[in-house]
Design a protein around this ligand. Sequence first.
Ligand code: ARG
Length: 575
Amino acid sequence: MTDPQIVLTERVQQALARAFGPEHADADPLIRPSQFADFQANVAMSLAKRLRRAPREVAEAIKTELADFPGTVEVSGPGFLNITLANPWIEVEAGQMLADPRLGVGTAAPAQTVVIDYSAPNAAKEMHVGHLRTTIVGDALARLHEHLGNKVIRQNHLGDWGTPFGMLIEHLLDIGEQAAVAQLEAGQGTEFYQAARAKFDGDEAFKTRARVRVSTLQSGDPDTLRLWHVFMDATVRFFNKVYDLLGVTLTDADIAGESMYNPMLQKTCDDLEASGTAVLSEGALCVFPPGFTGSDDKPLPLIIRKSDGGYGYATTDMAAIRYRVHDLKADRMLYVVGNEQALHFQMVFAAARQAGWLPDTASPEHVRIGMMLGKDGRRFKTRSGESVKLMDLLQEAIDRAAKLIETRDYDAATQREIAHSVGMAAVKYADLSVSHDSEYVFDLDRMVAMTGNTGPYMQYATARIRSIFRKAGLAPADATASIVLDAPAERALGLHLLGFGELVTQVTLGSEPHRLCAFLFQTASLLSTFYEECPVIKEGVDPDTRDHRLALCALTLRVLETGLDLLGVPVPERM
Ligand code: ARG
């Protein structure tokens, strides 16, 4: 356990127990980073009240018990404890971290089965920019949980079923399978959908055909199912192109679309009805989870079977939650989905709990994803008001990135590789660095900037360190000298790095990748001060200092690269 804040917490708690009795062993010592020392502990003030003693006196008593603490403790003001760690302690911890393949990141004990529902584009429409965030944030969470040793089960809950498929299949037949497949694979899903829709609205005969097709599809007619597969396979091939470009870990094995639940829907409804959880209301089968009311103060229904007998989005999610608990044996279920579906998930979770389908050990959580806005502060759209195509956007990010590096004299293939890496880092990091539930403005200019809390800036920090190692003629893995933190910039960087392990655990448990971004950004900023103040390979730097600094550089590089990798942000060798 290298995180100084945790080490300090334990030490102060032990001191509290010794000074005031064992009942104080679990008190929160209220340790915060401080301007005046490394940390400040504020526990003396709150404790003094309870003990009816003077805060300064309490603080002094704690200080006395911290006599063997590796650092200095001072009482200041009304009873603050200012704590500064001794350099040798930080140096030893940093050295151990450098030797630790896990960089101080713990493993989950016991390991949990974490089901993560993310990406989930709809096949009846094109994968649009709104699915970008759920894909990127979900993938980062999957990587983080896996790193902690949890068993991650990815579930790509594709929108691959429902009434639109009648008209989509008829349209596919009209234009011919080959042409349809080519169009869908090329990411023209929206155009395909719009053409089908136009015929559906304007052509009665087509409309009739589409309706008939919906029922043959639902009745499981083999020919119709084959056509549905043709449509879906081509669509999924396009989704996979997007995932490949983004470096997202989803594969075909992770697809668990709405259609997968079809065979379970009737039983889902029957069981809910039999247990009394669902009741008939105006012909529809509904669950009225307690605590949900509409604007008219009437109980709000979660409709699981419409009055015409049809199943909907909520039915599928009820089947899915039971499947995830029972078949996948989930301990945790994350639903990485847009904010606007918050009510839906609250009701689904409440209904599942009401039905007794959620043991205490399996908690579902909606990881709310905020909307992506255009520069005008409205939902992100093209000038003509259409939703922006994901592929176009990613391509534009890559083109901008290519401009950034066009003056470098790399060969064309290397240029392309770096541009791809920088472009994707720009888009992904921008998505991850704001808290997942807040809205954010999609602004490519800001995303590809080489300064500020951006992907390219983070990549640049790693490239800078790599270039030091190239000049030193040493591989980072071979920088194994001890870490010495004499200069203030070295000390600040070394102390900060020690917090990495605990932070990764916190970020994972709390589904907060933006906090990892903030940590890495702080790392890069401290690195940049170090870089200015502490020459590493300049002439005149004595060999020992150089080796100590190379070791610190190596540790910093590994923290940055590991952190970015956990976020799914690519890192090029050079920039
Ligand atoms: N396909 C849905 C959409 O695009 C998201 C599905 C999310 N997952 C779920 N289990 N409902 O809005």
